[in-house]
Design a protein around this ligand. Structure first.
Ligand code: MRU
Length: 370
């Protein structure tokens, strides 16, 4: 039987409620493989090597991971029967350690720390406000509460992405050529994607878009993931190497560019996959609207500008040999491999969120959303 990724959530809690099911993105487009993650080390590793990736999907995974951490702590308490473990302080110290550990998996996407923080805050609030007959019962109730909280993050992600797509649809017209970079698609969220939501919704409504996907070196999220998921959904998709986008814009084929983001600073500077800022610069030159799609969970007002965003540096092998049978660069060559870059707010035509479209004075206007 053929499997289609459009029928499978990118991330979800398994039916038993004791593991996270992810579509393993390192195996796409060749094979659709569902991996079940239970241990914190396995979840950390899956995020770190991009089996699950894309800022919102990382956030949803982190929410479930915090629930699973709490479940494991509570099981230690009940199975081992150590009364010391049942202390509130002990529970929250271990939950905080799980948060710190998960946050270290990747630095740039704020959704990771946003989700772990939301889970910790929610656990503390629930524990304080719902004391049971003893601490152990309160802990067990808190674990159940965390399961519900993680499921809310997952459900909110679906609704948020759809709302971003509905807002973005007001900016395009039938037959438009739309260019995207990296994968801010269904595979970067639970369903719909952020930058691709407009494409999915437009496709449902018969807009007949022509979609252009940048390959997105070095990890090829554009060719392996975006081109795969959008063509599987039946869209008209054309793939191009990253260095071809300016020529495509010059040809007049691109009416708008939609990209996702990993963190939006308070002034509107935006971190996204490496190559995004180059695309924005070319778009400005060729007068092509450049839109960033951002769930409000990706807006980080504590970061005043793009210079404060930590940019992940990744291993040199990703540039010199990954995906190739033989090395494509001299052995031991020095490699510059930042995973993300920052696009200046001045190059962004609008930031499209689930709560509305923000443009102009980002410093004032982003504050109205959160
Ligand atoms: O390194 P990745 O594949 O996690 O990078 C993903 C991106 O840069 C996406 O564009 C971003 O996370 C937004 S996803 C909706």
């Amino acid at each position: 039987m053929n499997r289609y990724i459009s029928d499978i959530d990118t991330v979800r809690l398994n039916p038993a409620g004791d593991g996270i099911e992810i579509i393993d993105q390192t195996k796409l487009p060749g094979r659709i493989h569902i991996e079940t993650l239970k241990r914190q080390e396995d979840i950390w590793h899956a995020i770190n090597i991009l089996q699950v990736r894309g800022a919102p999907a990382i956030g949803v995974t982190a929410g479930f991971a915090m629930y699973l951490a709490a479940l494991a702590i509570s099981r230690d308490q009940t199975v081992n029967g150590n009364p010391d473990h049942m202390k509130k302080e002990r529970f929250f110290t271990r939950l905080a350690a799980a948060k710190t550990y998960l946050n270290s998996a990747r630095p740039t996407a704020v959704n990771l720390s946003w989700a772990t923080q939301r889970m910790e805050d929610s656990a503390k609030k629930f524990f304080e406000e719902n004391p049971a007959k003893d601490n152990l019962t309160t802990v067990l109730n808190t674990v159940e509460h965390l399961k519900a909280e993680a499921l809310s993050i997952y459900e909110e992600d679906i609704a948020t992405c759809r709302a971003i797509g509905e807002n973005a649809l007001t900016l395009v017209k039938k037959g438009d050529g739309l260019l995207t970079h990296c994968n801010a698609g269904k595979l970067a969220t639970v369903r719909y994607g952020t930058a691709t939501s407009v494409m999915y919704l437009g496709h449902e409504k018969g807009y007949g878009f022509k979609i252009y996907c940048d390959e997105t070196r070095p990890l090829n999220q554009g060719s392996r993931l975006t081109a795969f998921e959008l063509s599987e959904a039946g869209m008209d998709v054309t793939l191009l190497c990253d260095n071809m986008s300016a020529s495509l814009m010059k040809s007049g084929a691109v009416n708008a560019i939609f990209v996702g983001c990993d963190r939006v600073a308070a002034n509107g500077d935006t971190a996204n996959k490496i190559g995004t800022s180059l695309l924005a610069l070319a778009a400005k030159h060729y007068n092509v609207p450049f839109y960033v799609c951002a769930p409000t969970s990706t807006i980080d007002l504590s970061c005043s500008c793009g210079d404060e965003i930590v940019i992940e540096q990744r291993p040199s092998e990703e540039v010199t040999k990954m995906w190739f049978e033989n090395p494509i660069a001299p052995e031991k060559i020095k490699v510059y491999n930042p995973s993300f870059d920052v696009t200046d707010a001045s190059l962004i035509s609008a930031i499209i969120t689930e709560k509305g479209i923000i443009k102009g004075d980002y410093l004032s206007n982003l504050k109205t959303l959160t």
